[in-house]
Design a binder for this molecule. Structure first.
Ligand code: FAD
Length: 345
């Protein structure tokens, strides 16, 4: 079997790559055992604003323009939840900072200048709320399942682990089992730490824990953001998260994580609730918080897309587009995203 690109990993990075390749008529085969993935446990929020300090993330407009057409396709309609975020203000000072930020050109599209008073008796917000517009969340499981089923039907998805030991790097590309490809892209999330060609890249696993709670009568229709996000899932259930922990000792949900999440939830929601689920996952993060699009220094047919631990939903489509531009049009990867930034001064 011949194809242009072999993809290892089908989280958001691998998925976005399949979407970008399909658009350009570039053939591919995906390998993923679908056993654990950061994307499948992600809340899936897309939001171009840093809500701690009220500033836009770098490349906010560019990332939003690339990301939304990927997610807002009709076939993914069940996965789309375009709803605003209400930021809970902790003080009058934060209200003022919001109004100042909302006047800035890069934020005025997103931060609504009309402050909101909470009319929801279950929400404690004495300093009011600020609305972030054009945000939402993606049900990543529904999205990835829909996409995977289509790829299985098209005969280009192998639900199995990729064995690095049996990859042959040939003059014309790579060969893996019966598949010959011009390039291979590794998109394995924290699995990169076991990759013989890219494991030296500084990808740092960061543990995130979250809760699913049932809270009758809360009736939230927007996402709430305080120290945690509270995301309405329907049927009086909410997702509460997440924690950030680089110094974890195990990958399972922890008592400390659970207690922290409960404390943060109770600071904002005054109604009784029941915990339905407590989960944990590992984000693939980088030291400079930027993702990595990398080409191996010796074997130019080997690539990796990684480091999507922070705002992976927004970054994945843009990185996929950059890969296609490099592959098809020989365009250079921006230096700030290139893996070589870690290797060269
Ligand atoms: C709790 C939590 C909440 C988050 N919330 C958000 C959020 O709200 N918004 C946001 O933008 N981001 C969020 N993120 C971060 C982000 O969504 C993910 O980190 C990002 O999606 C990572 O995508 P990825 O495809 O690079 O990696 P992954 O999703 O981890 O996918 C990697 C895939 O590679 C496969 N793989 C690994 N090794 C092999 C191998 N040898 N052979 C074959 N396949 C292999 C794995 O099976 C996996 O499916 C969150 C993360 C966590 C943990």
């Amino acid at each position: 079997m011949q194809c242009n690109v072999l993809i290892v990993g089908f989280g958001l990075a691998g998925w976005a790559l399949t979407e970008a390749l399909k658009k350009e008529g570039i053939s591919f085969v995906v390998y993923d055992p679908q056993q654990s993935s950061s994307s499948r446990v992600a809340t899936g929020i897309y939001n171009p604003v840093v809500l701690k300090r009220f500033r836009a993330i770098s490349n906010a407009k560019l990332l939003m323009e690339h990301a939304l057409p990927f997610y807002h396709q009709h076939k993914y309609i069940q996965a789309q939840h375009p709803i605003p975020i209400y930021r809970v203000f902790a003080s009058a000072g934060e209200q003022n900072a919001w109004m100042v930020a909302a006047d800035k050109p890069d934020l005025s599209t997103y931060l609504n200048t009309s402050l909101v008073s909470s009319t929801n008796e279950g929400v404690y917000a004495p300093f009011g709320l600020g609305e972030v517009q054009h945000t939402g969340w993606v049900d990543t499981n529904t999205l990835l399942d829909t996409a995977k089923d289509d790829l299985i039907d098209a005969g280009c998805f192998a639900e199995e682990k990729f064995d690095y030991d049996i990859l042959s790097i040939t003059p014309g590309g790579v060969q893996y089992k019966n598949v010959k490809a011009q390039h291979i892209v590794f998109a394995e999330g924290v699995g990169i730490l076991k990759n013989p060609w890219f494991s030296t890249l500084p990808v740092i696993p960061n543990k995130g824990e979250w809760l699913i709670v049932s809270c009758k009568e809360l009736g939230l229709r927007q996402m709430l953001k305080s120290s945690v996000f509270i995301v309405p899932l329907g049927n009086d259930t909410y997702r509460v998260g997440a924690t950030y922990d680089r110094d974890f000792t195990h990958e399972e949900p922890s008592l400390e994580g659970k207690e922290w999440l409960i404390t943060q939830f109770k600071k904002v929601v005054t109604l009784p609730f029941e915990i339905l689920f407590h989960g944990a996952g590992l984000r693939p993060t980088t030291i400079d918080r930027k993702p990595i699009l990398g080409q191996h220094s010796t074997h130019a047919t080997l690539w990796c897309i990684n480091g999507l631990g922070s705002r992976g939903v927004l970054w994945a489509p843009y990185l996929a587009t950059l890969f296609v531009n490099a592959f098809k049009r020989a365009q250079k990867v921006p230096r700030e995203l290139d893996a070589r930034r870690f290797l060269m001064p």
